[in-house]
Design a protein around this ligand. Structure first.
Ligand code: SAM
Length: 292
């Protein structure tokens, strides 16, 4: 594995970065569909669940449930979470730039009898407004776990989110905490992750050559990928500048994958520090479009 920081502020709608990332995600789809990490048994039995952070927070944001909500799920992968939301009665549009992901999402929707409530669109996030040309058409934009790291332009991302929300509509976002991304590897003596990257490196992409997959032991053929680190303040500022109002920003001490070797299994798919709350591992944000 190698990673380097490369000066790169690309066109968000095209370029080598987009093709490399897409090829890697295309390859991951069949691997993930067959994996234990993305086990779909509960979904197939009609009782799909999100991770406990989103479950608890959506329950408090929507005490009446999700029935009847129009949801846009950005970067929906092969649709498993989109279909969980549809199982709760929401009408969901999932969007992802991977063709195999969208094909699989449609097949899964038919299989679980939710094709009438879950539609899937094949598109780059930055082309979403062209693919779904109706503004202010969603009650909820939902995007979680491993999304904005793949997006070069966080300001434009926030504008797209805001464009789709109805007045009073809401963004729900949950992802790894950017502060936890400054570490890598493990110290030989302590086992703790080692400070390895700056928190902010504006105008630079992290270009990796790595065949590893976060969810499985698979070795990917498509090794090259491009990611961007978005400091938390910049994410919030982008949302505020796009006109949204912050409802909450919560830091969590667990994350749904083994981000660092030092993390221990906290149950229900979550991983946390062995003892103290050393540093937040994930963050969730709810933000609303104004009503007027
Ligand atoms: C880690 S997954 C999303 C997480 C989702 N919660 C899951 O685990 O099912 C990241 C997704 O982002 C998609 N993606 C990456 N860059 C994208 C882009 N520019 N436009 C649309 N989708 C993108 C990938 O195809 C992949 O399905």
């Amino acid at each position: 594995m190698s990673t380097e920081r490369v000066d790169l502020e690309p066109d968000p709608r095209e370029g080598d970065w987009l093709e490399a990332n897409r090829a890697q995600w295309d390859e991951r789809v069949p691997v993930h569909v067959a994996s234990e990490f993305y086990d779909q048994t509960a979904l197939r039995e009609g009782r799909g669940r999100l991770y406990r952070i989103e479950e608890a927070e959506l329950a408090s944001l929507y005490p009446e449930g999700l029935e009847g909500l129009r949801v846009l799920h950005l970067q929906c992968h092969f649709g498993a979470d989109s279909l969980v939301l549809a199982q709760r009665g929401a009408s969901v549009v999932g969007l992802d730039f991977s063709r195999p992901a969208i094909d699989q999402a449609r097949a899964l929707a038919s299989e679980v009898g939710l094709a009438d409530r879950a539609r899937f669109v094949h598109a780059n996030v930055y082309d979403a407004r062209h693919m779904l040309p109706e503004p202010e058409s969603f009650d909820l934009v939902f995007t979680t776990w491993g999304t904005i790291t793949w997006l070069p332009d966080i300001v434009e991302w926030a504008r797209i989110v805001a464009w789709f929300l109805k007045p009073g509509g809401r963004l729900y976002f949950a992802d790894n905490h950017p502060a936890a991304q400054v570490f890598d590897g493990a110290d030989a003596a302590t086992g703790l992750p080692v400070f390895s990257y700056p928190y902010s490196h504006p105008g630079q992409a992290i270009v990796a050559e790595d065949g590893a997959d976060y969810a499985t032991d698979a070795v990917l053929q498509q090794t090259r990928s491009f990611e961007w680190q978005h400091p938390l303040g910049e994410v919030v500022e982008a949302l505020l500048d796009a006109g949204l109002r912050l409802e909450f920003l919560r830091e969590h001490y667990e994350v749904p994958w083994r981000m660092h070797e030092a993390l221990v299994d906290r149950g229900e798919g979550m991983w946390g520090w062995p003892a103290e709350r050393w540093l937040p591992l994930s963050v969730s944000i709810a933000a609303r479009a104004p009503r007027d």
